[in-house]
Design a protein around this ligand. Structure first.
Ligand SMILES: Nc1ncnc2c1ncn2[C@@H]1O[C@H](COP(=O)(O)OP(=O)(O)O)[C@@H](O)[C@H]1O
Ligand SMILES: [Mg+2]
Length: 358
């Protein structure tokens, strides 16, 4: 999958721009505050229907406009062309795929599998579990087409159960417990299977950037796996009633990256942490390419802030071999290093929200 034409309207300082990216590597250069991150943000919005820089989409929309629009022509791996579009005004989201209105963000996410590496990406290992859960589920979602409907039914059971806990309507609790256990156990199984496939790909990639011994990835299921989820729910019931929410289940799931049985984030430097996170993200894109013959799209914002020159060169070589579409931003052309090693790339220059091919 790659974007062959991209149209952006009213995203930050980008008023209206249209570009034809390379299906391989796209290098984006421009001074600070020229609109490089805005371009990355626009592509991210098209794939995820949200920004990675702020939770309120209102602040992404150009100050002088009421809504933003991002649309693109994509070439899918099977040769077909799909037209994607999203319009957001801060309240409503309109999604179009091949001119048809769609209800779900997941429709976009399937058509445009995106990964992003940016200066705050280290939070994946340093921050709360929600980011890691989302990361894991993005992988599972793209790996296993059955996952999304199961996950939705799990979420429904969970919110029904929580509502009953809050209003203390205990008579219906058993029904929702059963649903929650049934779908929750499947969700956990999907995550486990995904992680097993993910591990060797990840360890292969990290080996190219870092020499670390004793690295391990462990799934945290969200409850004590030595007991069945149903028993745990019964056991937790008093506590759940007191607090008005469900304490155990895959909604509390997580994964741990360990080095010799300690959390990696506690024992590595900030630079190493960034390499670990980058490798996790690359591994997801690589696994997708291996398995589904589906190349995702990789966004790397602020290349030089992320990596030193040696690792930048290694990463570029890796990306050339991986053959997926990449958008990389930097303030200086020199930050991309020796460009003679890259055959197929396009460069764009960004200035005051205007994007021009170089
Ligand atoms: N909602 C908005 N409307 C218009 N301009 C904005 C908006 N939000 C941010 N900007 C401006 O957009 C410019 C581009 O920002 P950004 O994409 O972060 O630049 P870069 O990544 O190139 O350093 C900045 O000058 C910023 O002040
Ligand atoms: Mg930026």
């Amino acid at each position: 999958m790659s974007l062959s034409k991209l149209d952006i309207y009213a995203v930050r300082n980008i008023q209206q721009q249209s570009i034809s990216p390379s299906p391989a590597i796209n290098l984006i250069v421009g001074e600070n505050a020229s609109g490089k991150s805005a371009l990355i943000e626009a592509i991210f919005i098209l794939g995820r229907a949200k920004s990675f820089r702020c939770s309120a989409i209102k602040s992404v929309i150009n100050f002088n406009q009421a809504h933003l629009v991002v649309s693109a022509q994509t070439e899918q791996t099977n040769g077909s062309r799909v037209q994607l579009g999203i319009q957001m005004d801060g309240k409503t989201i309109e999604i179009h795929i091949n001119q048809q209105a769609k209800q779900n963000r997941s429709d976009l996410a399937y058509a445009l599998p995106l990964q992003l590496i940016h200066p705050k990406s280290y939070e994946l290992l340093d921050g709360g579990s929600q980011l890691r859960r989302e990361f894991l589920d993005w992988g599972v979602f793209n790996h296993d087409q059955n996952f999304l409907p199961i996950w939705r039914r799990f979420k429904k059971a969970l919110s029904q159960r929580n509502a009953l806990l809050k209003t203390r309507r205990l008579e219906q609790l058993n029904v929702w417990d059963k649903e929650l256990v049934y779908y929750g156990t499947i969700v956990d199984g999907c995550r486990q299977r995904y992680l097993e496939q993910f591990k060797p790909v990840f360890s292969d990639i990290i080996g190219k950037f870092l020499a670390v011994e004793g690295l391990d990835l462990k799934l945290v299921s969200g409850w004590d796996l030595s007991r069945e989820l149903g028993h745990v729910l019964i056991n937790d019931r008093d506590k759940d009633l007191r607090y008005g929410f469900t304490h155990s289940g895959p909604h509390r799931g997580d994964f741990q990256l360990l080095i010799n049985n300690r959390l990696a984030k506690d024992v590595v430097s900030r630079g190493q942490l960034k390499l670990l996170v980058m490798s996790l993200k690359l591994a997801q894109v690589q696994l997708l390419a291996n398995e589904q013959n589906q190349s995702g799209c990789l966004l790397i914002d602020d290349f030089a802030a992320e990596l030193d020159a040696i690792n930048r060169a290694k990463l570029l070589r890796y990306l050339v071999d991986m053959a997926c579409q990449v958008f990389i931003t930097a303030t200086e052309i020199q930050d991309f290093g020796d460009l003679s090693q890259i055959k197929d790339y396009k460069m764009f220059h960004v200035e005051h929200g205007t994007i021009k091919p170089v």
